[in-house]
Every structure is written in structure tokens, then in C-alpha cells.
Ligand binder design. Structure first.
Ligand code: SF4
Ligand code: SF4
Length: 368
């Protein structure tokens, strides 16, 4: 599963430059928690390879208290959205309600992504909604791999229960690229009860998804030039702070885009590291062409690393030690940092990199 996101592109609104920009600027004000790797389902395309055997990974009350106690600090740091994903986040019954209640009390909006296995009956659905009353926005995930475990009748029951409870349900459908007949049939069926409250995401070659999807290679001419579409810092089930909930967050922790561990680091510090990572902020602003160019200028052959889709391209480049070292070195040049800080301020209204540069300049001046 991926995280819910702040519903900027929901309800089939066409993606425009303005709405993409809005989503980009919200991502720095959003925090996602992947609260378990366990799931009652065992979908064939699951990016986190979730399964019923992984209940030991589920976050419990004690860590919930630790995280809940940080919500006011996060709000003061201008975090506006807190989302829960997994695995199946409704399995974390001790963690999610505590943290969601604290986030709401601090003035934040909360969201969750769930496969709705719990909507076996109207009373079952009502019980779950009561248990997770502090969650505002609900993304119900479904696709052709979910259906053998959770039929559309349950998805529809969950959708209706959420609508009646005044929540904001959205059905999130993962699909093959190109779209298959079974994908299309499912979309048609969901449309009948969810109307335009549907969002889509392609199935990627991540986790068990490697068995059903591939990353398409590209030449210098035909890879996507889009900026990194991260929806924000994700705290993984093992506590690690990842750049996003997308493919890079599933890679081993040998590359550079990691931001500490929530089991020992304050969340505000992790967020500050995410907000001021010069490589990540470079690709949020300008995409990966600049990273590929730097690598080529530094004598690294990138041809075999280029992939068609942005997130696949990201994994290919960022996990290559030579490319990563080149990107880090170039992104730390003072003139580049000034450009990044100015871009973040101007385009996303983000002051943090600019403030960091000013602090560093003051320290240099004070030291004489
Ligand atoms: S419901 Fe989501 S988390 Fe669970 S196995 Fe399926 S894809 Fe993975
Ligand atoms: S481009 Fe990379 S960092 Fe950005 S969302 Fe995709 S995988 Fe994550």
C-alpha cells in the first residue's frame, strides 16, 4: 500500500500544473506512518510484501504514546496532515487511534489507507469506524489482486458506511500499465457506487510487484522529466525515515535518502532533515535530469540506469553509489544550495532550507 496523501488530486480532477504544484508544496507539511507490515491479505502485487505472518511488526500502545506526545511539536513545525498506511493499518488498533486523536487535537487532518477487510457486515464496519473515529480521510484500496481476498461488496459497504459517518472515502485502484480488461471491468464496477471518488495508481515492480510489473528502460531522450512526486516523509514499520512511500522507500538502507529512525530520533528532527536534504529538494524542484547530467559530467555512464517512469528512474540513479556520491557533492555546492533554497521558497512556500542557509551564514560571520 502507499500513503493516503492530502487528497489534492481526488475525485478525478484533471492533474494540472497548479494542482501538481499544490501537492508538491503540501508534501513537506505531511507525515506518513507505515504502522505494520502485517495484512490479512496476501496480494500478488504487494509492494511491501505484506502477509498475515508479520503481526510482530505492528506498532503498539507504548510507541503510540511516544509518537502522540510529539504531535504538538509537529504542528508547530507546520505539519498539517498525518496519514497511516501499512500493511493494513487498521491492525494497529493500539497505535493508530492514539496518534490520530493526538494529531486531531493538535489541529491536523488525519488519513488512512485500508483494504476494508473489516467491512464484512454493517455492524462490523460501524465497529471499525467507531474504533478509528479520529481518522478523517479514508482511502479504500482495491484492484484485481485484492478481489480474491476482499470482494467489491465489502468495498462498497465500507464506502457507504464511511459516507454515512460523514467521512471522506476515496477508492484507490491500483492497475497494470497498460490497463488490462480485468482492470477496466473493476474500474467500471467501482464507478457505479463511488462515482468520481476514485483515484488511480500504477502497479510498480516493487516487493511482490516484481513478479507482475517491470520497470521500462529508457534512453536519454525518452525518460520522464517530471519532478519527484513524493507525498512526504514516511516513517517505515521499522522506524526508518524514508523520502516517500514510493519505490525508493522499499530499497535497502544503503543509499543516501534516509532521515534517521523514529525509534530514537525526534520526528521534528527527521522532518527537518527531509526538508533540508539538498539532493531530495533538488529532484522535488527539477527532477532527475540534473542528477543524470552531473553523473555524466563526472564520468559515470548512466545509460543502463535510465528508466521511463520517474520513480523507477529515481531508484536506478539514487541506489548507484557513484551517481549518489556525485549528486551529493554537487548538491552541496553553495551556489546550488542558494538556488534550491530560493526555489523552495518561491514555488512551494517552504522556508526551511532558506532559514538553514541563513543560520549557517550567520555562524560563519560570527566566527569571523
Ligand atoms: S491489501 Fe495492501 S498491504 Fe495488504 S497484501 Fe494487499 S497490497 Fe499488500
Ligand atoms: S522520485 Fe524517488 S523519492 Fe520521489 S517519490 Fe519517486 S521513488 Fe520516492
Amino acid at each position: 500500500m502507499t500513503t493516503a496523501g492530502p487528497h489534492v488530486h481526488d475525485q478525478c480532477e484533471p492533474r494540472t500544473a497548479a494542482s501538481f504544484l499544490q501537492a508538491q508544496s503540501l508534501s513537506s507539511r505531511r507525515l506518513g506512518f507505515s504502522v505494520t507490515a502485517a495484512c490479512p491479505l496476501r496480494c500478488g502485487h504487494c509492494s511491501v510484501s505484506a502477509s498475515p505472518d508479520l503481526s510482530h511488526t505492528t506498532w503498539r500502545a507504548e510507541f503510540g504514546e511516544v509518537v502522540a506526545a510529539q504531535m504538538q511539536d509537529l504542528r508547530r513545525a507546520d505539519v498539517r496532515f498525518v496519514d497511516f498506511t501499512g500493511g493494513e493499518p487498521t491492525l494497529a488498533r493500539e497505535f493508530v487511534p492514539r496518534v490520530a486523536a493526538a494529531a486531531k487535537a493538535a489541529g491536523m487532518v488525519t488519513g488512512i489507507v485500508t483494504a476494508a477487510h473489516w467491512a464484512m457486515s454493517e455492524s462490523g464496519a460501524t465497529r471499525t469506524l467507531e474504533q478509528f473515529a479520529a481518522v478523517d480521510r479514508w482511502d479504500i484500496s482495491t484492484d484485481v489482486y485484492h478481489l480474491p481476498f476482499v470482494g467489491l461488496d465489502r468495498v462498497e459497504r465500507a464506502f457507504d458506511a464511511l459516507s454515512e459517518a460523514g467521512k471522506q472515502p476515496l477508492v484507490r485502484i491500483a492497475h497494470h500499465e497498460p490497463l488490462g480488461v480485468e482492470d477496466a471491468r473493476l474500474i467500471d464496477s467501482v464507478h457505479r457506487f463511488a462515482g468520481r471518488q476514485i483515484a488511480f495508481q500504477p502497479i510498480g515492480p516493487v516487493g511482490r510487484g516484481k513478479l507482475v510489473a517491470v520497470s521500462i528502460g529508457a534512453s536519454e531522450r525518452d525518460y520522464e522529466r517530471s519532478p519527484c512526486p513524493t507525498t512526504g516523509l514516511l516513517i517505515r514499520a521499522d522506524g526508518a525515515g524514508a523520502a516517500c512511500c514510493a519505490p525508493l522507500s522499499h530499497e535497502p538502507r544503503t543509499h543516501l535518502l534516509w532521515y534517521g529512525n523514529a525509534l530514537c530520533d525526534p520526528l521534528v528532527s527527521m522532518l527537518q532533515r527531509w526538508r533540508t536534504d539538498w539532493v531530495l529538494q533538488t529532484v522535488r524542484l527539477w527532477g532527475f535530469e540534473i542528477i543524470a547530467r552531473w553523473a555524466s559530467e563526472d564520468g559515470i555512464a548512466v545509460d543502463g540506469l535510465l528508466k521511463r517512469r520517474t520513480c523507477d528512474l529515481c531508484v536506478g540513479l539514487v541506489t548507484h553509489p557513484g551517481v549518489a556520491a556525485s549528486a551529493r557533492r554537487r548538491a552541496l555546492a553553495l551556489d546550488h544550495k542558494v538556488r534550491v533554497a530560493a526555489g523552495l521558497l518561491e514555488h512551494f512556500g517552504e522556508p526551511w532550507a532558506d532559514e538553514l542557509l541563513r543560520r549557517e551564514a550567520s555562524e560563519v560571520l560570527a566566527a569571523g
